[in-house]
Design a protein around this ligand. Sequence first.
Ligand SMILES: CC(C)(COP(=O)(O)OP(=O)(O)OC[C@H]1O[C@@H](n2cnc3c(N)ncnc32)[C@H](O)[C@@H]1OP(=O)(O)O)[C@@H](O)C(=O)NCCC(=O)NCCS
Length: 195
Amino acid sequence: MSQIRPATKEDIDGIVAVYDRVKLHRDKLSDPHYSAYIQKHGFLLGQETRGSLFDLIGGSYEFLVSIDSGLVNGFLIADHKDKFNDDDYKTWFDPKLKSEYLSSLRAITLTAIAVDPACLGQGIAAKLLNRLLLDLKTDGFQYLFSIVTIAPITNCPSLVWHAQNGFKRLAMGKPREKLFDLNWYASILFYTPIV
Ligand SMILES: CC(C)(COP(=O)(O)OP(=O)(O)OC[C@H]1O[C@@H](n2cnc3c(N)ncnc32)[C@H](O)[C@@H]1OP(=O)(O)O)[C@@H](O)C(=O)NCCC(=O)NCCS
């Protein structure tokens, strides 16, 4: 049974091991088998390093790990979204929430969530999210935002997971010729109220 707790610096090896298993390999994107596999199983953009992940432990609003038999099998990072300001979203489905996303101190962003591919479908990501939502409620936050990649490849499990866990679509991103070292990157911004 997995336990959820705040990450410590001692968890870094386990976090990096999970991160490396789910990070995107841009050099393999032209391989249809790889492209199909990651669109089915999900991926992180893969631009963090061991050092940047290490700094985020204690350096972000919340960094949680899921532990089973002493091993990290999932993690979640949430942080203030003012580091991720981005007004290139073309279509806002609820313009009132645009200002919450761009400038509210009552809002926070789920910047990463990942589960070891060997442990998918056991509710680990949902447990990580539920712990975050409890802590956000305690701290008086109103909204949690989350960004999911839809191009040049689509994170299918993440889209379904967000829907299943109560997130709604807030904005549709305009494709950018080059972003995150990807061609024609586009995303969907989700949100959930914290109740
Ligand atoms: C997305 C992710 C975090 C889900 O983790 P998880 O622990 O398997 O998720 P949970 O067990 O909490 O939830 C399972 C639900 O997620 C959705 N889901 C998960 N994998 C799916 C898939 N391959 N296809 C469709 N839906 C999927 C379904 O709604 C599923 O519920 P169901 O089993 O009743 O159909 C996991 O796939 C992952 O780590 N992927 C790699 C990293 C990633 O993509 N992170 C998100 C970046 S935005």
